[in-house]
Design a protein around this ligand. Structure first.
Ligand SMILES: [Zn+2]
Ligand SMILES: [Zn+2]
Length: 100
């Protein structure tokens, strides 16, 4: 069974490992425009990381009309990915593919 699901709205993609999910989100989904600052970022994990590293929770909630549950879900995703994924490998793979 595939443990990891993509999680992007409308996508049912499932993957064996978390690195594959991030690569999928970055290469196969439309880019996401940050609603706080307008920066174009990859969809999925990188969009979440951008939102929470670059902006405050309050800015995120205001711009996305999000509630505390939505914030908590994204914080959980971010910390799980950062615990499980070899992000250096992911970033290197994506750079080699010209996706970042
Ligand atoms: Zn997907
Ligand atoms: Zn932003």
């Amino acid at each position: 069974m595939s443990r990891w699901k993509c999680g992007v709205e409308g996508c049912g993609g499932r993957f064996e490992d978390v690195e594959s999910v991030i690569i999928h989100q970055t290469t196969e989904h439309e880019r996401h425009e940050c609603k706080v600052c307008g920066t174009i970022v990859p969809e999925g994990y990188f969009a979440i990381r951008h939102a929470f590293d670059e902006h405050t929770r309050a800015e995120f909630v205001r711009a996305y009309e999000a509630d505390s549950t939505a914030v908590r879900i994204r914080e959980d995703v971010k910390s799980t990915v950062e615990k499980e994924a070899n992000l250096n490998n992911v970033v290197q793979t994506l750079r080699e593919q010209g996706a970042l």
